[in-house]
Design a protein around this ligand. Structure first.
Ligand code: UD1
Ligand code: CA
Length: 465
C-alpha cells in the first residue's frame, strides 16, 4: 500500500534558546530532522512532506543537502504560518497528499524513532484504521493521555485539558500515528480549536475515528529513547548520552573493547574488526573503519579514515580525512599528538610521531617521521627517515607543489624541502639544509652556512659604569 510521510517541523523550539531552528540541532553529529528523514527513507515512502514554519528557509536548505544523499526520496515542503497546533500543521500537507494509501505522521524533534516501530504502526493501520504509537514508560506529565474504554482506545486528552483522574493515566501518546489517508483528510477538515490552548489538535482525530466506525488501535512501546522529544539543551544532551550508550553497547556486543562506554562518542559509522580496543575520550566522526587488533589511545579524534590491522594510534591524535580520506597501513604507529589531514596515506609499518602533520602525502612501507615535522603534498618512499623539525615548503603563496623523497633517503633535522623538488633514492640531506634543487641518488646534500671556528676568540667583558 502506498505510504506518504508527513514530518511536523514548524515549531519554534523556544526552550532551546537558540537562533538555529530546533530540528537542525545535532544529535550524534546529525540534525534531529536528518535522523527522522533517514529513518523515514528506510520505509520507502512515495513522498516525504516536511511542514516548516519557524526558520523554514534554514530547514529547507538543510533538506536540500539531505536530498542529495537520498536522491530517490521525493521531498516536499509545506509552510505552516502561523503555527496553530499539530492538527493545523498536518492540514497544510493536505493539498500535496494523495487520496489513497496510508499517511504516517512523524515529529521532527523525536529523532531516535526506529524504522521497525514505524513499520509495525503502518501494519497496524493497514489502510483500514487509525494507529497510534503509545508509550507506557516514565513520567507522562505534559503528554496527551490515552483514554480507553476496556481495551478499546477512545480518545487522546491533552495534559492541559485533562481531568485529575485522566492525569493519572500512565499510557501516553508519542506524537506518531498512521492513518488511512482518505479518512485523515476528512477528519482534518472537521477539527476545531475549542480547548485550553486554542489549538487545532491532531489528537482530536482519535475520537472522530472511533465515532465514524473507522476505529483506532494503539501500538505500545516501552522504549523511552525512541519516543523521546527534544525541547531543551538538557534533553538534547540526555538523549545524546543515551544514543551513545546504545552505540557503545552495540560495538561491545560485536567484541570491541571500550575502556568506558560513557566516554565514547560516535557521530557517524564505525566498522571494527576483531580485537579492537578503544581507550577513553575518543570521538569518531564520518566513516571510520578499524581493522583487526587496532588500538586507539585515549582522547583521539578520528574522522573519515581507514586504519588497517594492528595499527596503534597513540593518545591525543587528530585524524580527519574529510572528503579525500586518510588511510593508515597495517602495523603503523601514529602519535601521540599527531595530525593526519585529508589525503594522508600511510603504508604498512609507517611511524608518525608527536607533533607531526601529514597532508595529501603518501608514505611507503616503513617510512618514519617521528618528531615535530610537516609533510604536505609529498611522496615518500620506503624506509625513508624524515628528521625532527623538517618540513616540505609546498606552497609558494599561489600554488601547491609536490615533493618526492625516494626510497631509503635520510632527511636530517630541521630541513626545508622547497617544492617542487626530488630527493634521489638513498640520498642523505644534512641537518639544517634548505633544499631548492633536486638531489642525486646516493649522495649527501648539504645546503647551509659552513661552520667556522675562530681560535682564541675572547668573549666581551662588561665595562664598568
Ligand atoms: C503533542 C501531542 C501530545 C503528545 C506529544 C508527544 C497534540 C495536540 N498533542 O503534544 O498528545 O503526547 O505531542 O510529544 O498533537 N508543530 C508544528 N506546528 C504546530 C505545533 C507543533 O509543526 O503548530 C510540531 C512541533 O514542531 C513538534 C511537533 O509538532 O515537532 C509536536 O509539537 P509539540 O508542541 O511538541 O507537541 P504538543 O502539542 O505539546
Ligand atoms: Ca504544543
Amino acid at each position: 500500500m502506498v505510504l506518504d510521510i508527513v514530518i511536523m517541523a514548524a515549531g519554534k523550539g523556544t526552550r532551546m534558546k537558540s537562533k538555529l531552528p530546533k530540528v537542525l540541532h545535532k544529535l550524534a553529529g546529525r540534525a534531529l530532522l536528518q535522523h527522522v528523514v533517514d529513518t523515514a527513507a528506510a520505509l520507502k515512502p512515495r513522498s516525504l512532506i516536511t511542514v516548516t514554519g519557524h526558520g523554514g528557509e534554514h530547514v529547507k536548505a538543510a533538506c536540500a543537502s539531505m536530498h542529495k544523499a537520498l536522491p530517490d526520496l521525493a521531498f516536499q515542503f509545506v509552510t505552516q504560518e502561523p503555527q496553530l497546533g499539530t492538527g493545523h500543521a498536518v492540514q497544510q500537507a493536505v493539498p500535496v497528499l494523495g487520496n489513497e494509501g496510508i499517511t504516517l505522521v512523524l515529529n521532527g524533534d523525536v529523532p531516535l524513532i526506529e524504522a521497525a516501530s514505524l513499520q509495525a504502526l503502518v501494519q497496524a493501520c493497514a489502510g483500514q484504521r487509525l494507529a497510534l504509537l503509545t508509550v507506557e514508560y516514565g513520567d507522562p506529565t505534559g503528554y496527551g493521555r490515552i483514554v480507553r474504554a476496556g481495551d478499546a482506545v477512545q480518545a487522546i486528552v491533552e495534559h492541559k485539558d485533562a481531568t485529575p483522574e485522566q492525569r493519572l493515566l500512565t499510557e501516553w501518546y508519542s506524537g506518531v500515528l498512521a492513518a488511512p489517508t482518505a479518512q485523515l483528510k476528512r477528519w482534518l477538515g472537521q477539527l476545531q480549536n475549542h480547548n485550553s490552548q486554542k489549538e487545532y489538535y491532531l489528537t482530536d482525530i482519535v475520537q472522530m475515528a472511533v465515532q465514524d466506525g473507522t476505529g483506532c488501535v494503539a501500538v505500545k512501546t516501552t522504549d523511552g529513547v525512541q519516543v523521546a522529544g527534544v525541547n531543551s539543551p538538557v534533553q538534547l544532551q540526555e538523549l545524546e548520552r543515551q544514543y551513545q550508550k546504545r552505540q557503545a553497547y552495540a560495538l561491545m556486543e560485536q567484541g570491541v573493547r571500550l575502556t568506558d562506554a560513557a566516554r565514547f562518542d560516535l557521530r557517524g559509522s564505525l566498522q571494527c574488526g576483531q580485537d579492537v580496543s578503544i581507550d577513553v575520550g575518543c570521538v569518531f566522526e564520518g566513516r571510520v573503519s578499524l581493522g583487526d587488533d587496532v588500538q586507539i589511545g585515549a582522547h583521539c579524534h578520528i574522522a573519515n579514515c581507514t586504519i588497517a590491522a594492528g595499527a596503534v594510534i597513540h593518545p591525543f591524535t587528530h585524524i580527519d580525512g574529510e572528503k579525500l580520506g586518510v588511510s593508515v597501513g597495517a602495523g603503523a604507529l601514529v602519535g601521540p599528538f599527531a595530525r593526519l589531514r585529508p589525503g594522508a596515506q600511510l603504508g604498512n609499518e609507517v611511524h608518525i610521531g608527536n607533533f607531526v602533520e601529514v597532508k595529501n602525502s603518501t608514505l611507503a612501507h616503513g617510512a618514519k617521521a617521528n618528531h615535530l615535522a610537516y609533510l604536505g603534498d609529498a611522496t615518500v618512499g620506503e624506509r625513508v627517515n624524515y628528521g625532527a623539525g623538517s618540513i616540505t615548503a609546498n606552497y609558494d603563496g599561489a600554488n601547491k607543489h609536490r615533493t618526492v623523497i625516494e626510497a631509503d633517503v635520510h632527511i636530517g633535522s630541521n630541513c626545508v624541502l622547497v617544492a617542487p623538488v626530488t630527493i634521489g633514492a638513498g640520498g642523505t640531506v644534512g641537518g639544517g639544509s634548505t633544499i631548492t634543487k633536486n638531489t642525486p641518488a646516493g649522495a649527501l646534500s648539504i645546503a647551509r652556512g659552513k661552520q667556522a671556528t675562530l681560535a682564541g676568540w675572547k668573549r666581551p667583558v662588561k665595562t664598568k659604569d
